[in-house]
Design a protein around this ligand. Structure first.
Ligand SMILES: [Zn+2]
Length: 137
């Protein structure tokens, strides 16, 4: 399996988390989720939805934790799906970084056992604006 996710490496204070939510931070999206007491929904920091009021927000380290506390995943940012997709993206990124010559999209797809179309879609979505893999982006 892949190495541990970066999640546990980064500790953000409540204030930093809230700031990340306000900024719709993509960089912080894997480090926590925020749940909104008034709606019962939890989101990633980069969710495009309307920002909640600070007093209605609670933070959790993981989607599992939020769900254990009775929150449902947001339908827009799909915070519970990202963990799975994250793994796929990490695998692809790892391949891109470790191969001497950049693998083609079909080689990547074969390596992770998914269709080229799926890999491309997931990877592009995960690396919006920062994708550097010429085979994919
Ligand atoms: Zn959301």
């Amino acid at each position: 399996m892949m190495s541990m996710p970066i999640v546990s490496k980064m500790h953000l204070s409540e204030a930093e988390r809230w700031q990340a939510v306000l900024e719709r931070s993509t960089a912080a999206k894997d480090y926590f989720v925020y749940a909104v007491k008034t709606t019962g929904i939890y989101c990633r920091s980069n969710c495009p939805s309307k920002r909640p009021k600070r007093q209605n927000v609670v933070f959790y380290a993981t989607a599992e934790e939020a769900e254990a506390n009775g929150y449902r995943p947001c339908k827009r940012c799909r915070p519970n799906e990202i963990d799975r997709l994250q793994q796929l993206v990490a695998q692809v990124q790892h391949l891109l970084e470790t191969q001497e010559t950049e693998p083609s999209l079909s080689e990547l797809a074969e390596a992770v056992g998914m269709s080229s179309y799926y890999v491309q879609r997931v990877f592009k979505r995960a690396t919006v604006g920062v994708c550097s893999a010429s085979a994919i982006c």
